[in-house]
Design a protein around this ligand. Structure first.
Ligand code: GLA
Length: 421
């Protein structure tokens, strides 16, 4: 590297490192191209599904017209493979002229006119993971300015084709550079995922200061195995990860794949419930033009979205992982409410799980009412010692929203038998 560039980089990196953009006080929601559409650039044989302005305009239309936007799904995010293979004569990134003939700025304006926001992708290295021009350290500021001039609202900065020291300089540098543009641009950092996701390689305090969200772990694929593997990794490392999250700074277990090909309906409900418990960003990667009503209803569940967007922004925790392959998760919410999820990784048959708040060590100074987020069924009069039973399907979840309720006089039958939810 040029000595002057190195000097500038070191100087900038040593200045205050704070991403003070006020964005994403609750987990962001939207749509991201990668998992479903990958690096399909073949617009001549697959014009409807290739990475092109048409795909993003289609998704923006669907988000705006099919009820997604009102629920909070507001980002339309481009991932890899949008750029031309070379920078222009001024060194600037340019969109592929055949696939994005109107350019990114026009696309941003299209998206904004629908009341949505546009996200873009870059990579802090010599190439993006897909082999497109990377953002080397000397290009960080130029690229930040370019994205701002295109009126982009979010940047995902990936980490292929670079090393740990480049990342340690580049992520804080990009954070500052985005701030310096004066445009609020949310910043998604893939940095920790490249460093194993755990301390001492990863400094979550620093990440919380420079990024709005970060990928901790490997890429999601269109399979239940992949989803389960991710959930269990977050469960195992929750003592490190859970305190790192909060308003403006989120752990990102990767995209929602509900509506694709790999998940059953039970598994889809589980992914949504667990992502909500984890206070995760909710970026769907699916085809909103063809999604089934059933899958859409999981992603559009209003109670789940309310829980996801709780203003306290406290990430949930797994409180129990039984030998019976049932995990119990809780998320503390505002106004003395909470979410409680029973998640099964069994592969046999529906499992009846009988417990009580006291058995789960959940302090309950009051009596709760509990609403099953998927069935809508409400159980009143849930006290500290009340026994209740949930039936959890294989790969499925029962998630309850607990809120202060009034004491009910239970019938003799209810006293004798656990209440079913
Ligand atoms: C990496 C990222 C993915 C996606 C691809 C694009 O694998 O983790 O999310 O952005 O690169 O090439």
């Amino acid at each position: 590297m040029d000595l002057l560039v190195l000097l500038i980089v070191l100087l900038l990196a040593s200045c205050a490192q704070s991403l003070d953009n006020g964005l994403m006080r609750t987990p962001p929601m939207g749509w991201l191209a990668w998992e479903r559409f990958r690096c399909n650039t073949d617009c001549s044989t697959d014009p409807k599904n290739c990475i092109s302005e048409r795909l993003f305009m289609d998704m923006a239309d669907r988000l705006a017209e099919d009820g997604w936007k009102e629920l909070g799904y507001q980002y339309v995010n481009i991932d890899d493979c949008w750029a031309a293979k070379e920078r222009d004569s001024k060194g600037q990134l340019v969109a592929d002229p055949l696939r994005f003939p109107s350019g990114i700025k026009a696309l941003a304006q299209y998206v904004h006119a629908k009341g949505l926001k546009l996200g873009i992708y870059a990579d802090l290295g010599t190439y993006t993971c897909g082999g497109y021009p990377g953002t080397t350290l000397d290009k960080v500021e130029l690229d930040a300015r370019t994205f701002a001039s295109w009126e982009v609202d979010m940047l995902k900065l990936d980490g292929c084709y670079s090393n740990s020291s480049t990342k340690a300089l580049g992520y804080p540098l990009m954070s500052k550079a985005l701030n310096a543009t004066g445009r609020p641009i949310a910043f998604s950092c893939s940095w920790p995922a490249y460093e194993g996701g755990l301390p001492p390689q990863v400094n979550y305090t620093l990440l919380g200061e420079i990024c709005n969200l970060w990928r901790n772990y490997g890429d999601i694929d269109d399979s239940w195995d992949s989803v389960r593997n991710i959930i269990n990794w977050y469960a195992r490392h929750q003592n490190v990860l859970q305190p790192a999250a909060g308003p403006g700074k989120w752990n990102d277990p990767d995209m929602l794949i509900i509506g694709d090909f790999g998940l059953s309906s039970e598994e889809s409900k589980s992914q949504m419930a667990l992502w909500v418990i984890l206070a995760a960003p909710l970026f769907m990667s699916n085809d909103l033009r063809t999604i089934s009503k059933c899958d859409a209803s999981i992603l559009q569940n209003e109670l789940l979205i309310r829980i996801s967007q709780d203003p306290l922004g406290i990430q949930g925790r797994m409180i129990l992982w039984g030998k019976n392959s049932i995990q119990v998760w809780t998320r503390v919410l505002s106004s003395s409410t909470m979410a409680l999820a029973f998640f099964s990784q069994r592969t046999d048959m529906p499992y009846h799980y009988t417990t009580s708040l006291s058995q789960l060590n959940i302090t309950a100074p009051q009596v709760f009412s509990a609403q099953n987020v998927y069935s809508g069924k409400i159980l009143h009069g849930l006290g500290f010692e009340t026994k209740f039973t949930v039936t959890i399907n294989p790969s499925g979840v029962v998630m309850l929203y607990l809120y202060p309720g009034k004491q009910l006089t239970l019938s003799r039958r209810d006293k004798a038998y656990p209440l079913l939810l």
